[in-house]
Design a protein around this ligand. Sequence first.
Ligand code: FES
Length: 163
Amino acid sequence: MTEKNEKKEKVDRRQFLGIAWLTAMVALMGESLAALGKFIQPVVDGGFGGIVKAGTLEEFPPGSITLIKEGRFFLSRLDDGSFLALWQRCTHLGCSVPFEEDEDQYHCPCHGSLFDKLGVVTGGPAPRPMDYFPVTIEAGEVFVNTEEALERKAFDPSQTTQS
Ligand code: FES
């Protein structure tokens, strides 16, 4: 092998290693970005901790309170047609609070905290109203973002979403 050919082969080997290294880096970055995308992207129609598709507007008549089990919240449609999503979790020590139809209120079975239909404390040891989740309406479908529960000191219409 001549000196010239030997040099060319070295360059070719160097080029090959460079291309292989670059290809590996691009593949690694692609996989990392895909994994990051899955992590960042909110879960639609998933369960608690993501964006939950509760149903269509027609499924929730004004004055109704519906437990959306997979999202762990109650979806209230108020008499004016607006929506309020209340986390099922008691603000005292975290028990699941059922809505008692016969009492027309939320009644925690653990220590007796009572909440009205808007989630405001009316009795018992709960220190604040039930937390709520943002509601959005798109193309006639109701979505609730359960990524982060919002605390409040009182009910305010700004916590609701107009349909
Ligand atoms: S956990 Fe609900 S009243 Fe204590």
